[in-house]
Each structure stands twice: as structure tokens, then as C-alpha cells.
Ligand binder design. Sequence first.
Ligand SMILES: Nc1nc(=O)c2c([nH]1)NC[C@@H]1CN(c3ccc(C(=O)N[C@@H](CCC(=O)O)C(=O)O)cc3)C=[N+]21
Length: 322
Amino acid sequence: MSALLIDGKAYAADLRNELTAQVAELAEEGCQPGLATVVAGDAYPAHAYERRVRRLAEQLGLHYVREALPADVPEAEAVATVGKLCSDPRISGILILRPLPPQVSEATLYRALDPLKDIESVHPVNAGLLALDRPRFVPSTPASVFHLLDRYLRESGRDPERVYQGSNMVIVGRSANVGKPAVNLGMARGATVLSCDVHSYRAGLLFEHTAHADIVIIAAGSPGLLRGEHVRDGVIAVDVGINAVPDTETGKIRLVGDLDFRSVAERAEAITPVPGGVGPITDVWLLRNTIAAARLARGVATARPWIEGMRLQPADGLLSAG
Ligand SMILES: Nc1nc(=O)c2c([nH]1)NC[C@@H]1CN(c3ccc(C(=O)N[C@@H](CCC(=O)O)C(=O)O)cc3)C=[N+]21
């Protein structure tokens, strides 16, 4: 079987078009959503992603503010910067880029966020709402995974909910920003979800589990970890890995996923490529959450930033704006 390629770039382009229309709608009401990013230190991944996000925000015509802090920034100063952005009325959403320098605790900085501007749902209140299946914002990477799965299933003529409710979903990787929220999203859709991580691998269980999966979502940060012999024929494989590795022939650095693409594609029904799969949707979804935050701040009833096709109750009915 040679797998169907799920084209994340095309999906991202369609989503971008939707956002263009939403920004135009808000502009008619005199509202310009604003996105602020906080990047501390000089970690390449943080700066590369900030550039992606900034480019898209500017293309969409959002107000954009970038706070760049030095690598030795005291934690209190980073907290004060976030606090300043929280009280800036022009800012609808705030993205704190990872990784942070070691002296700045993610948990401390995330708690400084106004939950209504926390567009990655890293604040405990928003992470809790997501765990309760009532998300205010769905974090962009797991949201992109399920947006892509939803759309692929619908376009292949199936009802996503019925597929999820009858499926074994194996999620490899337990990060707070991808693996764990993805487990919640999978459960909220009725899938039978199994979460694996390095302990599953060390115990020799990982490949036993993936061999029975109908849907595999892998965000392990381990290039080519899952190979064709580790999955069953007909699996739907979603690769969230973004690993920079030297090309074996040219030695040039290239991006690869956590799937051994060629061997898994031989067995899968459908597979996402790296690059060109989940990645390109991520920054678009972040902007989607930013625009949703702007609409929520204006009390626009329809601003229910859940993923279409999910039976998730919107959070804004649950909490006051506090
Ligand atoms: N708070 C926070 N949230 C993040 O989501 C976050 C972060 N910090 N820090 C850095 C990482 C990195 N990250 C990427 C997202 C998409 C691509 C992406 O779209 N990659 C393209 C390829 C890009 C290229 O070719 O250079 C693709 O997969 O097709 C890459 C990297 C999000 N990050």
C-alpha cells in the first residue's frame, strides 16, 4: 500500500483565507487583532518560529509586537514584560516562545498570562479547561493535528466522529504542549487513546502498541523512530516531529519527522509529510486563536474558538473574564 499524502500546506492555505475574511470583518467594526510574542535568549527554534508567526501576522494585517529579551534576563523582568502585554489593549493574544533561558521558569511565565490572551492555553486555567473538554483556545500544534485528521477523514467520505469512536489512537510523546493536549482532544472525540513515551519504549512496549493503532500521532522528537514494521497496514500516521538532521549524501541540514517516512508510507492509508504536514498549519492556527481572542474580547458571541467538528463546549460560558 502506498499511502495518500495529507497536504498540510494546502490545508494551511485554506485556513489562511478564512482568517483573511475574519480580519476584514473585524476591520469593518474598527477592530484590529493584536499579537505579541516574547522571545528570550537566542535559541534558533524560538527565533525561527517568531519570524514565521510575525510574517503571517503582518500578511494578515494584525497589529504585531515583539518583545526580545536577553539570554540573561532576570525572571522578574520577563514576568513584568508579560504583564505589560496583558494590560496593553491593542494586544489580543500573547505567544511566549520556547525554549526559554534556564533561569526563567515556563510555569512562572505562563501563570503571568491573562487567560483571555493565552492563545496557546499554557496558563493553568486554560490547560484545565482543555482537560475538561471545554477549551477557551486549543494549542496550535495539537489543534493542527486534529484539524488535519478531521478534514482528511471528511474528504475521504467518512464521518470523523464515527471513525474516532471506533478507533485505537496511539499518541507517542507526552509533552505539555503537544502529546498531553492531543490525548485530551482524542478522548473528547471518543477515540480509544493510548499514550506512549520513552518509558513505553524502554519497556519494549511502544511498538506493540503502535502495531495495533488505527491512528498514530507521533510527537517524540526522535527522527525516524517509527518504521513500517511498527505499524499495521492501513494506519493513518500523523507526524508532528520536526528534527533537523544532516542529509546522509550532502551533509546539508534537512528537516525530518519522527516517522521513517518511506517505510511507513508503504503500509499506511494516509501519512503527513515533514516538512509540509502539521507544521504549516501550526502558525496559521496560532493566528486563528489570536483572532478568536479579539472576537471574544469584543463579546462576539460566535467567537467560539473550538475546532470545527468537535463536540466541545466553548469555555467562555464557564468562566468570567477573570
Ligand atoms: N510557544 C511556542 N510554541 C510553538 O509552537 C513553538 C515554539 N514555542 N518554539 C519553537 C517551536 C518550533 N515550531 C515550529 C512550528 C512549525 C514549523 C513548520 O511549519 N515547519 C515547516 C518547515 C519549515 C522550514 O522548512 O523551515 C513544516 O513542517 O512544513 C516549524 C517549527 C513551533 N514552535
